[in-house]
Design a protein around this ligand. Structure first.
Ligand SMILES: [Mg+2]
Length: 120
């Protein structure tokens, strides 16, 4: 199952992909912001789950989420990854069609729990 990781921090992208590896998910593609994320979804129509950061340049996570829902409908699960301070924004994200959210920093167990329902 292919997973798209979108985060402007290369360190965070690596942490997320390494964590996914520990739970058996090795098929990942990555992007640094929402603009790159949309391009990645175009070139990888087989992506079945998106994990997206909130704060990013060019196109932030919320705008990315809205764009996904506009262009791809509701079928592609999107999980937002946010910091504790941004937790209030999560309500907005859920209203905008996010399937779930993860608060940074997170353990592999939390990641597994949050993405579990969407794994194939
Ligand atoms: Mg960020």
């Amino acid at each position: 199952m292919k997973i798209l990781i979108v985060d402007d921090s290369s360190t965070m992208r690596r942490i997320i992909s390494n964590t996914l590896k520990t739970i058996g998910q090795e098929n990942v593609v990555m992007a640094g912001d929402g603009v790159e994320g949309m391009a990645m979804l175009e070139s990888n129509p087989d992506v079945e789950l998106v994990l997206s950061d909130w704060n990013m340049p060019n196109m932030n996570g919320l705008d990315f989420l809205v764009k996904i829902r506009e262009t791809k409908g509701k079928d592609l699960p999107v999980i937002m990854i946010t910091t504790e301070a941004e937790k209030a924004n999560v309500i907005t994200a859920i209203k905008s069609g996010a399937n779930n959210y993860i608060v940074k920093p997170f353990t592999p167990e939390v990641l597994q729990e949050k993405i579990g329902p969407f794994l194939k």
